[in-house]
Design a protein around this ligand. Sequence first.
Ligand SMILES: Nc1ncnc2c1ncn2[C@@H]1O[C@H](COP(=O)(O)OP(=O)(O)O)[C@@H](O)[C@H]1O
Ligand SMILES: [Mg+2]
Ligand SMILES: [Zn+2]
Length: 489
Amino acid sequence: MAAKTENANSWVYRGEGNRCLAVGNSFSNEVYLLTKLRDKVSSHEVCADVKRSVQNEVDFGRCVLRPLIGEKYVPVGKVVCVSKDFLSQIEEKMRKHRSSRRLLEKLDPAGFAVCLPDACSLPKVVGSYGHGPVVCVEVKPKTGFLPRSSTIPVAHHKIRQSVCRYCMQQCLKLHQGKIQERSQYCPLDLFSGTACRMDLAIKALVRNPQNNFKVFRDGHVIYSGDTENHQQPLQDCLTALFTGNDKDSKYALPGDLGTQKIDGLVDRFSELLRQMLVHPLDESESCYGNTTPSTTPECCTESRAKLQQGDSQLGLVPGSVLYNILHAQQLDVLDIEGIYPLYQRLVAHLDAHPEDWDTWCLKGPYDNTQWTVNHNVVKKCIENIDSIESVVALVKAFLVSLTAKDGSVMVAMQRVENGADVTLPVVTDTVGNKYMFNIQVVDTKPKPLHRIQKYFSLNKDIVQAYIQTVGYSSDGTIVKQEASEESVK
Ligand SMILES: Nc1ncnc2c1ncn2[C@@H]1O[C@H](COP(=O)(O)OP(=O)(O)O)[C@@H](O)[C@H]1O
Ligand SMILES: [Mg+2]
Ligand SMILES: [Zn+2]
């Protein structure tokens, strides 16, 4: 199928990761994910192989992630063809939005893209009710639970079960100079389902977005870890969102008043976003089998939030986007330490029997029962871990959990008049204004088998960097607490 509109002028930059450059079309409300050349080898890949791998990505989202996270949240993509001319026009047009590092990454000339509904916009039918800009927030929440596995080496038990991976990784990134300042965001707070902890998490993301938080205004990125001096656009954007009025400049206040104002706006915004993230939109429980995720709120010792006795710790609301994502993440039952030996067993088996790559569809296709992954399957396989089939299923469940740990939640919202009969879900803010919203989970691509090797090595580095930063004795107690406080500042 050829692209409907091949005029590069209708497309705007949305974002990019290692695999794709995303561009949005404001007329059709569609996004094209344009595949980048992976490495020198893939430039020799024949067209049919590229098409197959793009189709596999679409199928993985549709057949594996969608049943787990919910059809209301995970859109179904389709593969489209784009011309070489379109790709070079896009590369030219998007040049100014891309970092120098990203500019080295070229689009794959094979000419296949994934077409998805634009998560930055609201479905057109309801457009007439909305006032002011459509504001979309992208949150990359990362891993929202602590490992409980008995497979973790004894020396690391205490540390792994009290500090989450994201917080530990901040130490490594600081050490490597990849970030200048530690983020105060802790995924366990966002996934706690407790209002005050979720608010803390959202405000920490706003303060230091890194790669985990972005704001789009009518489809244009106006706030992210990459943009500088971005307070004013955010202030204007939130003001316009709350007032339902696009002409925001007269509300902007200079100097100190401006700073006070941004804090107030962010407080109000985080409350709004939190309500959307816990709103149960997809309660189709079929995929859960008879297990539900543990939603007992856990707290990470690196977080400023503390579990308080007597708090109503209800955890996440079933059917909310965060609940469903957490459930998919928790398909990682054995932790990387428990999965790694199984991965090694599988790799040894595949070396001896390369034909089993296909037997078990390890590189796809994904639209078949080989990829039925859920908590019931995991439970049964753990009881029967000697069989290679169980190993395969557990490794697959771990790969699915990696996708769920790496995905983004995009929440598009717009002010609506009180009393309007809107078909989308609506939440009310502290002053009684109403906002309709739509949530999509994006980046639902499969992770390759060898990612487990990389994840294992990175995990070692992360734990090591953390141990060195905080100081840590062999009995598992942290001995240099002040150093850790210092590194937080
Ligand atoms: N359906 C969509 N609507 C709007 N923006 C999207 C959509 N899908 C992806 N994006 C944007 O593009 C970015 C890169 O897409 P992603 O699928 O994460 O690519 P990668 O696999 O390279 O990480 C996302 O972080 C998001 O900002
Ligand atoms: Mg991504
Ligand atoms: Zn944490």
